[in-house]
Design a protein around this ligand. Structure first.
Ligand SMILES: Cc1cc2nc3c(=O)[nH]c(=O)nc-3n(C[C@H](O)[C@H](O)[C@H](O)COP(=O)(O)O)c2cc1C
Length: 420
């Protein structure tokens, strides 16, 4: 864990909180395995341990969030008072130094990624006897987003990382009987991964799909997410057609492609050393060294700037569509509001994590195809063609994998955690 737990003034009950520090470390290790757009891992978690920081976090949880209306309490019926010194707090943040920014739609992807992380973090804590008692979301105003969000954490002192925008504060309480085991969750989180290879032809059993859509727990409980499975031939064909037509959009968007390419690592070794992004083999499967070099060169932003005039982006779109077309199911997740706020989007990400873990347990794999959501005109066409209401925030191939897929790199879990 970064920061210096020993340098901060300790409240009298510090000794009793040591188990929480341990639990948080374990939880951060597991939550680090969460999926994120481009594997950018844009999350941060602050753990207030000093007296002043704890009081400030308490106020953040109790009071209406800065810049927004009173957020609904998510106590699941539990008491919100009386924990005193035995309560613990964590504050989830978006790390602005790690976020993707080249497209407006990335703002949604970042919150979704942080929400997925939060769901796994809080589930891991619950399995160690620390259950969520209350969550308050920081809902910044549209004008002055960063400033407002930062203001909410000003009372937390100088230890608050400057590049972090708080998303929500969580109060946790000791509970005695966790349901399930941490080892099980760790196993599933390790097994979950994005699998971009072809899937087994043939339908996914309807009962399995129903299980994936069933109501969720934790932060995802009140997420208000609509889960639609596109399984009819006509729906899947319409989706594949859209990918074939628009799937090359990113390659022609200079800024977006430059940003995406900055996450492409030369090889496994570089990916492991950096702890984020993806080696080319993650995107294109196992590659010989000459082919890897050739692809890297072809995909480099300067080359792409030239090759797109020859229609190379259309070739890449058709390649993606060829993988999408025979996929037995496409899952689309949507939020009711066309312009969802922080809370709705973070909860949406939590729902996605829950869905992906369940799919993993059912032996299924996912491969998101976000390019059709990243440009408003394409997203609207998708939603209109397939009758998807509100704001579709996630769309992915879903099926039984035919081959395994390598695990992508991660930063060490504790690097996302700061003691404040
Ligand atoms: C919101 C979101 C959008 C994503 N979009 C894509 C995508 O368009 N294409 C893709 O191949 N992977 C996509 N991914 C998967 C990430 O690239 C993947 O989670 C990350 O590289 C880590 O790999 P892992 O899922 O195997 O752990 C997305 C993930 C998230 C959370």
């Amino acid at each position: 864990m970064t920061g210096s737990p020993t340098s901060a003034p300790r409240p009298p009950s510090a000794a009793r909180r040591v188990p929480f520090e341990h639990a948080l470390r374990e939880a951060a290790d597991i939550a680090a395995l969460s999926p994120s757009s481009h594997n950018c891992q844009p999350w941060g978690v602050a753990w207030p341990s000093g007296r002043g920081a704890r009081r400030a976090a308490e106020r953040l949880v109790e009071e209406a969030p800065a810049g927004g209306p009173e957020a609904p309490d998510s106590t699941s019926g539990e008491s919100s008072t009386g924990g005193g010194d035995t309560d613990e707090y964590v504050i989830l943040a978006l790390d602005r130094e790690r976020e993707l920014t080249s497209l407006p739609a990335h703002a949604v992807e970042m919150l979704v990624s942080c929400g997925a992380y939060l769901q796994i973090l809080l589930r891991s804590l619950a399995l160690q006897g620390w259950s969520t008692d209350r969550i308050r979301f920081v809902e910044p105003l549209a004008d002055g987003r960063t400033q407002k969000a930062y203001d909410a954490c000003r009372p937390l002192g100088d230890t608050w990382p400057k590049s972090w925008s708080p998303l929500c504060a969580v109060r946790l309480r000791r509970t005695d009987e966790p349901v399930g085991t941490l080892a099980e969750l760790r196993r599933t989180a390790l097994a979950r991964r994005t699998n971009r290879a072809p899937y087994r032809p043939g339908a996914v059993e309807p009962a399995v799909l129903d299980g994936l859509s069933a109501p969720s727990t934790g932060v995802a409980e009140d997420a208000g997410v609509t889960v639609r499975h596109l399984v009819a031939d006509s729906e899947r064909a319409a989706f594949a057609g859209l990918v074939a037509r628009h799937g090359g959009r990113d390659f022609t968007h200079r800024q977006a492609w430059r940003e995406t390419y900055s996450f492409v690592r030369r090889d496994e070794a570089e990916a492991q050393a950096r702890g984020d992004g993806f080696p080319l083999s993650q995107l294109f499967g196992p590659l010989s060294t000459p082919r890897r070099h050739a692809l890297r060169l072809a995909l480099a932003p300067t080359t792409m700037g030239v090759l797109r005039h020859a229609g190379y982006h259309r070739v890449l779109a058709r390649q993606l569509a060829r993988v999408v077309r025979p996929t037995p199911a496409i899952v689309a997740m949507g939020l009711a509001d066309a312009l969802p706020g922080v809370e709705a989007t973070v909860r949406g990400g939590a729902r996605l994590a829950e869905y992906w873990l369940r799919a993993t347990e059912a032996g299924l794999a996912l491969h998101p195809v976000s390019v059709v959501l990243q440009h408003d005109d394409v997203r609207k066409e998708l939603q209109d063609r397939l009758g998807l209401p509100g704001r579709t925030f996630f769309v992915s191939r879903l099926g039984h994998p035919l081959t395994g897929f390598p695990r992508s790199p991660r930063r060490i879990g504790a690097r996302a955690v700061r003691t404040i």
